[in-house]
Design a protein around this ligand. Structure first.
Ligand SMILES: Cc1cc2nc3c(=O)[nH]c(=O)nc-3n(C[C@H](O)[C@H](O)[C@H](O)COP(=O)(O)OP(=O)(O)OC[C@H]3O[C@@H](n4cnc5c(N)ncnc54)[C@H](O)[C@@H]3O)c2cc1C
Length: 432
């Protein structure tokens, strides 16, 4: 049975689409407002370069979302830590991650939702004001319009948002003349300078490869992030890779190295921000914020979309739990209305997982404390530690527990070493 119950979603990004598909799966009939149709979405500028971790892929599979042909599993994370540490290791993932250009994946998800009878309003003129009026029209509106969000409805939570400024300047692009790291993400951590990530990614023309430059403001990588990508850009980037990310530079063919096209790169600088996730409105209406509209994390740990998927799932389950009893008392005696109390419950349930993700990501933006350096050294020396450690990117709460103290790191290393480690795999070269 399909229950309408007047639920709106504004924004057809990864969070909004996950939410729409999940609500639909739970028998609800939301209405999804989007600024673009699938054909337009396919022609947009590259929005990001997202690696989706195994738990996220499990949720996608449950929704019937499939990757395009050619999407390859990524089974390793090759880490190179630059000077003064200068070490490298390659950890094998128990379950692979995958990267698909969102301009391919999201229109497919939108078509899946629509093909299953999902209600859709395509309104290119949608703007912030219009979102406000949509919220006023529906009993529950979930705002999934991304990191610009709506300050008036979802104020920043200062206690959960330690930064006032971007901690990294980001440039990501798809490149020609760059061999992919076969089946691996290549993660270069360059202390005081930033991070460089190379990843195989399936895009509209098949297998591609991306580079993400995450530059510390004022550092040596910062100028390339703000450079005009037309003027000598490939040569300048290649030169920087040689110094700071030699494992990536080795895969560059200087004679062909270039951005794959005008639309295939993006710049960003995010202020890591946690907002309030709900806003009670007059007339028994409620707005919820999910995904980047609620929490924006720096891309450094690759968690934003993964968290958006998880939060959308949690929000959908809560909304479904509410439906059928709106305005009355629930069987468990709790009021079941889309009111502030419900908003708080949804926020609390989402925050349970989002808190360690956010703490972890904010900590990665700072120089690592000695016990985290010790963990990196142990990973470089013992394959089993490397394998167990890279698996934790799919389990941020556990990763955050492990990184929280020297004792927890010791226990983790001992546990990992106690198990028979598989044969060592080729490690990435550390940055010079
Ligand atoms: C370079 C880069 C690399 C990244 N790498 C990773 C990674 O490896 N792993 C990871 O998990 N995350 C990564 N992220 C973060 C990830 O991209 C975001 O967290 C995620 O895409 C957020 O999804 P969302 O649906 O919440 O918001 P968005 O993706 O911003 O989607 C919002 C949607 O709402 C639409 N919209 C906006 N305004 C309106 C409006 N007024 N009305 C209607 N619609 C509107 C937008 O067009 C868009 O379609 C990366 C980000 C960047 C920039």
């Amino acid at each position: 049975m399909t229950i309408t119950n007047d639920i709106a979603i504004t924004g057809a990004g990864y969070s909004g689409l996950t939410l729409a598909l999940r609500l639909q799966q739970l028998g609800l009939d939301p209405i999804l407002y989007t600024a673009a149709d699938p054909a337009t979405m396919r022609l947009e500028r590259l929005p990001n370069t997202v690696g989706r971790f195994p738990h996220t892929l499990v949720r996608e599979a449950a929704l019937g979302v499939t990757d395009p042909v050619g999407a390859a599993d990524i089974g390793r994370i090759e880490v190179a830590v630059g000077p003064p540490l200068g070490l490298a290791y390659a950890g094998r993932l128990t379950r692979p991650l995958r990267a698909t250009d969102f301009r391919v994946l999201l229109p497919d998800m939108l078509e899946l939702y629509f093909g299953r009878g999902g209600r859709l309003v395509i309104a290119p003129e949608l703007g912030r004001d219009l979102i406000g009026s949509i919220v006023g029209r529906h009993r529950i509106t979930v705002v999934t319009s991304g990191r610009a969000s709506i300050d008036g409805m979802f104020p920043r939570n200062p206690a959960r948002s330690p930064y006032q400024q971007p901690q990294r300047l980001v440039l990501a692009g798809l490149f020609d003349g760059l061999a992919p790291p076969e089946g691996a993400v290549c993660l270069n951590l360059i202390p005081g300078v930033g991070e460089v990530v190379q990843m195989p990614i399936v895009t509209s023309w098949g297998a591609g490869t991306s580079i993400l430059v995450n530059a510390v403001p004022g550092g040596p990588l910062a100028p390339i992030v703000s450079a005009d990508p037309d003027v000598g850009f490939p040569a300048r980037l290649a030169a920087l890779l040689e110094v700071h990310a030699p494992a990536v530079a080795e895969r560059v063919d200087r004679s062909r190295f270039a951005l794959a096209g005008d639309r295939h790169w993006v710049r960003a600088a995010v202020v890591p921000t946690v907002r309030r996730a709900w806003c009670e409105l007059a007339g028994g209406r409620l707005a919820l914020a999910v995904g980047d509209a609620w929490i924006v994390n720096d891309p450094i740990t690759g968690q934003g979309a993964n968290l958006g998927s998880r939060s959308a799932w949690v929000a959908a389950d809560h909304i479904a739990g509410l439906v059928g009893d709106v305005g009355g008392d629930g069987v468990d005696g709790r009021r079941r209305r889309p009111d502030a109390a419900f908003g708080r419950r949804v926020e609390e349930a989402m925050w349970h997982y989002a808190e360690p993700v956010t703490s972890l990501t904010n900590a990665f933006l700072q120089p690592p404390p000695p016990h985290v350096v010790a963990l990196q050294q142990a990973a470089a020396e013992h394959q089993a530690v490397a394998d167990h450690y890279v698996d934790l990117f799919d389990d941020p709460p556990t990763m955050w527990n492990v990184l929280a103290s020297p004792l927890a790191v010791d226990a983790f290393v001992q546990r990992a070493r106690g198990e028979a480690g598989p044969a060592p795999v080729a490690a990435a070269r550390p940055a010079a």
